[in-house]
Design a protein around this ligand. Structure first.
Ligand code: WQD
Length: 345
């Protein structure tokens, strides 16, 4: 058994997929989650996929004493991958204090415990949202950070700065921030996937729920952008590819291959895809026709963004392997699995 890795937000969408890839690589994984936006049963499903159910600790990372006592009892943890956060952009505009408190206090508690109990490494779940609408595309890690357009995005920007400054002040701490573009899809087993609560904000879960008949119609938020087909462009990457990037990032830190104590990598395919192209991909991958209407633009949307992933390709030895159609197919298979599960209950 390799080193012990803590995955916060480990029963969540990206956390659960990362736990699977870590366990496939032989790491011992402990999930920490407060189940605010996920279910404990996900740990069992990770067990069905990997053959071993990871330990799940259910508590809130905003409880400083609890965080400290956990790491005092587990001071052999080699690294923390920190996913746990509120992440709904729209909701964050209406509940800024809840987002700043939850997303930043949990991070500060973790970093404090790392310092106190000698946990050396953190991989942080960041987001391309820090770039806003980049001037230059594809976007590289040294692109200017734009003023956040939402408290959610601001918690990612501030989170990166808190990590950078803490590492600079404390010998022995090291970290990597991974700036995700748009994660989509699900594990090929269809046992884990994205399960948004209520009406999905993100495109792909809205597509799959519409295809399943849970939503009456899919709205395309604007087709009057300055893009080839008028709809917004994003860089959609398969969540399993994204999960594998976390394993390479942890390995880099554990093997001391990091070139600086704090590093940042963009994680994307390097290819921009429009909303209409994403819809066509889903139809091609699943053979299902999607009903959609063209609606007005959504406030806060940027027009186009896609990654230049060459730094991660070179330094992490990581690149995406799955096609957009494959990602859409797994998203659809997951939707069918989880709806049947829900209907059986
Ligand atoms: C993608 C495109 C919409 C729904 C957000 C966060 C980002 C990251 C990923 C956490 C946009 C269009 C969407 C719909 C649509 N999350 N759309 N109809 O906004 O790029 O990124 O989620 O880290 O931080 O900002 O993703 O999936 O919401 O939207 O037309 O019903 O799909 O306008 O152009 P987004 P998204």
């Amino acid at each position: 058994m390799k080193e012990k890795i803590v995955v916060t937000g480990g029963t969540g969408y990206i956390g659960s997929h990362t736990a699977v890839e870590l366990m496939n690589e032989g790491y011992e994984v402990i999930l920490i989650d407060n189940l605010y936006n996920s279910e404990a049963v996900v740990a069992d499903r990770i067990g069905q996929i990997t053959g071993k159910t990871p330990q799940l600790e259910v508590f809130d990372l905003c409880r400083k004493k609890k965080v400290s006592s956990f790491f005092r009892e587990n001071n052999d943890v080699a690294a923390i991958i920190h996913f746990a956060a509120y992440k709904a952009v729209g909701e964050s505009v209406n509940k800024p204090l809840a987002y700043y408190r939850n997303n930043l206090v949990s991070l500060i508690n973790l970093l404090g415990a790392m310092k106190k109990h000698g946990i050396p490494a953190m991989v942080f779940s960041s987001s391309c949202t820090v770039y806003g609408q980049p001037e230059k595309l594809p976007v590289t890690e040294d692109a200017p950070i734009q003023p956040a357009v939402s408290p959610y995005g601001n918690t990612k920007q501030i989170g990166e700065e808190i990590i950078r400054d803490t590492i600079a002040a404390h010998q022995g701490l090291k970290g990597i921030s991974l700036r995700y573009f748009n994660p989509i899809g699900a594990h090929p087993s269809a046992l884990i996937g994205e399960l948004p609560r209520g009406v999905p904000e993100n495109l792909v879960p809205f597509i799959t729920q519409t295809a399943y008949g849970l939503r009456d119609e899919l709205k395309v938020f604007g087709n009057d952008y300055n893009t080839p087909d008028g709809s917004c462009i994003r860089d959609y990457l398969h969540v399993v590819d994204l999960a594998k990037a976390h394993v390479t990032a942890v390995k880099r830190l554990l093997e001391g291959k990091n070139k600086n104590d704090y590093e940042i990598f963009n994680l994307g395919t390097g290819k921009g895809v429009s909303v209409l192209e994403a819809i066509s991909s889903f139809e091609r991958a699943t053979g299902r026709k999607l009903q959609y209407t063209i609606a007005g633009r959504r406030a806060g949307d940027i027009e186009k963004i896609w990654a230049d992933p060459s730094l991660a390709n070179r330094e992490l030895g990581w690149k995406t392997a799955s096609s957009l159609d494959e990602a859409m197919k797994t998203a659809w298979e997951w939707e069918q699995y989880i709806r049947k599960k829900t209907e059986e209950q």
